[in-house]
Design a protein around this ligand. Structure first.
Ligand code: RB5
Length: 152
């Protein structure tokens, strides 16, 4: 598994911790975020990671800002990105199983280090279940492509 990670200034320490945690598990992870706590604009890092995921070079992405929300909103502006802001492992598992989220987002001001590790584990260990969930993702894709998923 190959992961692209990105962050703004609010999440430098947590990003480093998550990278170290995943590297210890033998997961390849490349950093497209900031390493400085000087103010940085999260949409820039959302775009970098979204484009890496859409390129197919990475299996998925992780984005971390203060809340996880701004950076997920920005990433979701890219067609084909399903970025999910979560703050617990159960949601992290379900966003993969049901939503096939291709970017996991969380907030450094919201979750601590151990919880972040558990969130990442739940996400990477889960598998997309397909079936009725794929039907719903197809409707999301219709919204992206035609502006609507409602017939008629
Ligand atoms: C930065 O101050 C903060 O707004 C950002 O990290 C994030 O929380 C936005 O959603």
């Amino acid at each position: 598994m190959k992961i692209a990670i990105g962050n703004d200034h609010a999440a430098v320490d947590l990003k480093n911790s998550v990278m170290e945690y995943l590297e210890e598990k033998g997961i390849e992870i490349d950093d497209f975020g900031v390493q400085s706590t000087q103010r940085a604009n999260y949409p820039v890092y959302a775009e970098k990671v979204a484009k890496k995921v859409l390129s197919g070079e990475y299996d998925c992405g992780i984005l971390i800002c203060g809340t996880g929300v701004g950076i997920s909103i920005a990433a979701n502006k890219f067609k084909g990105i399903r970025a999910a802001a979560v703050s617990d492992p159960t949601t992290a598992r379900l966003v993969k199983q049901h939503n096939n989220a291709n970017i996991l987002c969380f907030g450094a001001r919201i979750v601590g280090e151990e919880l972040a590790h558990d969130i990442v584990d739940a996400y990477i260990e889960a598998q997309f279940e397909g079936g009725r969930h794929q039907d719903r993702i197809d409707l999301i894709t219709a919204i992206e492509e035609k502006g609507s998923c409602i017939d008629g």
